[in-house]
Write a new protein. Structure first.
Length: 265
């Protein structure tokens, strides 16, 4: 079922494409981070094709109305490729990711926001994230705080949505609510056939799985279909507190994932 040769070919194509695009990307970044973001979006869209992914999206990102926070479930580092090909935004990641071989470098080049998730650092990291949002960057947050087996959604950590409490100060000095858009993502099909619960760990990455071995195995599969649902955007202004906003986002995302896995989208 897993072809090591196909996995190596796809990994080689991914590596060559990355090496080709990094120099022009860095050159563009010297002039404009926003234009650099478009290059990153194009980069991931090509990667999706190179590694045999078929991405089916329903709804649309809340772009065009200023920065937004996208809140998504998290099954694998492969989620970054999928979401990166759909949303012109940077990722929020735990600080350990910066040290990952290869992926850490890509994350830094893509202007990922690395955060320390210890409770004592919450306020400092919230201010860092808000600074990026007020600078015009939309951000993608995996609110579970970790990845899982792809068959369900873990509870969301409300502390990770603390940036929504303060709103964003625009160039005119007016503070506006931060748009928050829940997003559901699920790995649903392999070669057109439903992906079973037993097969999903070939794509989900969690526990003590090794990164290199899992990556080659995932790339060695056939054509994989990933479905993404963009739910209506909201903001903290519509809820009594951050916790209620977190529960709302979790319920939408979890129900969306369940529907995608059951083929009811």
């Amino acid at each position: 079922m897993v072809s090591p040769v196909l996995g190596l070919v796809r990994f080689a194509a991914f590596t060559v494409w990355t090496l080709l695009l990094v120099p022009p990307y860095l050159a563009v970044r010297l002039f404009s981070n926003r234009l650099g973001g478009r290059v990153v979006l194009f980069y991931w869209q090509v990667v999706v094709r190179l590694i045999g992914f078929q991405v089916v999206a329903r709804g649309a990102p809340a772009v065009g109305a200023g920065p937004a926070l996208y809140v998504c479930n998290h099954a694998s580092y492969l989620d970054i490729i999928v979401l990166g090909s759909l949303i012109p935004a940077c990722f929020i990641a735990k600080s350990e990711v910066a040290g990952w071989p290869g992926f850490g470098l890509l994350a830094r080049l893509a202007r990922t926001v690395f955060v320390d998730r210890r409770p004592a650092a919450t306020r400092r990291e919230r201010d860092s994230v808000r600074h990026r949002l007020e600078g015009g960057d939309s951000l993608i947050l995996f609110a579970e705080g970790t990845s899982n087996d792809g068959n369900h959604v873990l509870p969301f950590k409300s502390a990770l949505l603390s940036v929504a409490e303060t709103g964003l100060t625009g160039p005119d000095g007016i503070v506006r609510p931060l748009p928050v858009q829940p997003v559901s993502l699920a790995y649903t099909r392999l070669e057109g056939l439903p992906l079973t619960r037993a097969m999903r760990p070939f794509l989900a990455w969690y526990g003590d799985m090794t990164l290199a071995g899992h990556l080659l195995g995932a790339l060695g599969l056939g054509r994989v279909t990933i479905e993404v649902t963009f739910h209506p955007a909201t903001s903290l202004a519509s809820f009594p507190s951050r916790k209620e906003l977190t529960v709302h986002c979790h319920d939408l995302v979890a129900n969306g994932v369940a529907s995608l896995l059951a083929g009811r989208a």
